[in-house]
Design a protein around this ligand. Structure first.
Ligand code: OAD
Length: 237
């Protein structure tokens, strides 16, 4: 019987794929359809804010049309039932973990349903389209609001906190991420270095599969609930 005290779960786009959201690097994924250099960098936003707003408006509207799936719900159930501490660190900006009920979460790449004001620094919930004409609800200025998203070349959020969690966790689970983007791709090595057990749950083995002690492969809606059910069962024994 294995019961863990601190569990860190890293999630990526693959956990939301069966909710109907595109992943980034799979065939037909977002970065095959769109040029990330034109849409997901601070330079792109400075050069063509309308295009960047349009891209994130489409994605913000897209997430409203989908629902969390069995994998998101399994993680929320784990947090509710498990005796140890569960933290979900997500690269996803879609909000599906919270809608499924997860509470102890860190959004390292930001959130689609929030905006940030470049003038006053306020971060606010935002569910509508965003444009250069949008006015900051905090300081009343227009032209300064941007999606609260971490773009390429920017530092992800909560890195110190995540680093501390990785050093303390005894189980690190990576779900639905290709492990192509740092710093998230390096989390497994930090967790391993500090003695955690590591497991990858993904559709197929990722490029970083050898960094994990174990792996379970298949659709997130099947593999994740099965794996979580076993964790909960062992915890209850
Ligand atoms: P990727 O598109 O790079 O990887 C998605 C992973 O999910 C792949 O390894 C797939 O095999 C797996 N996958 C696909 N369908 C699945 C399913 N039904 N069940 C389980 N796994 C499945 O997405 P991320 O790793 O999340 O950053 O990408 C990381 C970051 O790169 C994103 O947060 C985003 C992107 O550029 C920013 O925009 C800053």
């Amino acid at each position: 019987m294995t019961v863990y005290r601190n569990v860190v779960i890293l999630t990526g786009a693959g956990i939301s794929a069966e909710s109907g959201l595109d992943t980034f690097r799979d065939k037909g994924g977002i970065w095959e359809k769109y040029d990330l250099m034109e849409l997901a960098t601070p330079e792109a936003f400075a050069q063509n804010p309308d295009l960047v707003h349009e891209f994130y408006n489409l994605r913000r509207a897209g997430v409203k049309k989908v629902d969390p799936n069995a994998a998101h719900y399994a993680l929320a159930r784990l947090e509710e039932k498990y005796s140890g501490e569960i933290t979900v660190v997500t690269q996803n900006v879609d909000g599906l973990h919270e809608r499924a009920g997860s509470k102890n979460m860190l959004h390292m790449h930001g959130e689609l349903n929030k905006v940030r004001c470049g003038a006053c620094g306020a971060v606010r919930f935002w569910s509508d389209d965003l444009s250069r004409a949008s006015v900051c609800p905090c300081c009343g200025q227009a032209k300064h609001l941007r999606p609260h998203i971490v773009w390429f070349g920017e530092v992800p959020f909560h890195m110190d906190e995540i680093d501390g969690l990785l050093q303390q966790c005894d189980l690190f689970i990576s779900i639905g991420t290709s492990g192509s983007v740092y710093p998230a791709a390096g989390f497994v090595q930090i967790a391993t270095e500090y003695g955690a057990e590591t497991v990858e749950l993904n559709l197929v083995p990722s490029d970083g599969k050898n960094l994990f002690a174990t792996g379970c492969y298949g659709r997130a809606t099947e593999v994740v609930p099965d794996y979580i059910a076993e964790l909960v069962r062992q915890d209850e024994m």
